[in-house]
Design a protein around this ligand. Structure first.
Ligand SMILES: O=C(CO)[C@H](O)[C@H](O)COP(=O)(O)O
Ligand SMILES: [Fe+2]
Length: 217
């Protein structure tokens, strides 16, 4: 089956001093979504941005904002990020004591809920909520930094997650984040991924449009 594949460039590797320009540049280069990495220095050993900056990105963007929350107690901030303009809000299952409740909270706040798994978290952690989310994100690096190498067993995890969805008659998006380039993109798309996050590969290239094009099947 041929599925549509979306590219969501991660602003983590963009020039933060020219954030609005970078957003406009990747959109002109063909980005489908804009991936925004929120880190709190607790869930991951790095700190990035909060709702105020997401609001500024929203003003520059015309494409959906795909906001990846790498924070503890996400339920405290979901409403603020939705209000700031997040279209898709993704929470780590490892950070949620009441995952189902947080998913409901995201939908109630007007955003599309998604859940994300670290590379070592079993797929069974999302099994009970597969019917409640718009997307499942599989991390293909340990979260916290851009520019890391793709963790190869992710390909088989994508394949098994797609089979779990197929068995339930679901065509939910599977996003992959970390170490995505033209070669790893092809492997995860063949396994059933439908959304590709790419930070250093896109923003580290001289030609954003060529980089984005090379990720598509
Ligand atoms: O969530 C992330 C890191 O935690 C980033 O989205 C990811 O690392 C993208 O960067 P790259 O494509 O350079 O690996
Ligand atoms: Fe991310």
């Amino acid at each position: 089956m041929t599925r549509r594949v979306l590219v969501s460039p991660s602003l983590l590797s963009s020039d933060f001093g020219r954030l609005a320009e970078e957003v406009r540049a990747v959109e002109a280069a063909g980005a489908d979504w804009i991936h925004v990495d929120v880190m709190d220095g607790r869930f991951v050993p790095n700190i990035t941005i909060g709702p105020v900056v997401v609001e500024a990105i929203k003003k520059a963007a015309t494409r959906p904002l795909d906001v990846h929350l790498m924070i503890v107690e996400p339920e405290k901030y979901v409403d603020a990020f939705a209000k700031a303009g997040a279209d898709i809000l993704t929470v780590h299952v490892e950070a949620c004591t009441h995952l189902h409740r947080v998913i409901q909270q995201i939908r109630h706040a007007g955003a599309k809920p998604a859940v994300v798994l670290n590379p070592a978290t079993p797929l069974s952690a999302v099994e009970e909520v597969l019917g409640d989310v718009d997307m499942v994100l599989l991390m293909s690096v340990n979260p916290g930094f851009g520019g890391q190498s793709f963790i190869a067993p992710t390909v088989d995890r994508v394949r098994r997650l797609r089979a779990m969805m197929d068995a339930r008659g679901l065509s939910t998006d599977i996003e992959v984040d970390g170490g995505i380039n033209a070669e790893t993109a092809r492997r995860v798309v063949d396994a059933g991924a439908t959304v590709l996050v790419a930070g250093s590969y896109v923003f580290g290239s001289k030609d954003y449009a060529a980089a984005i094009r090379s990720l598509r099947p």
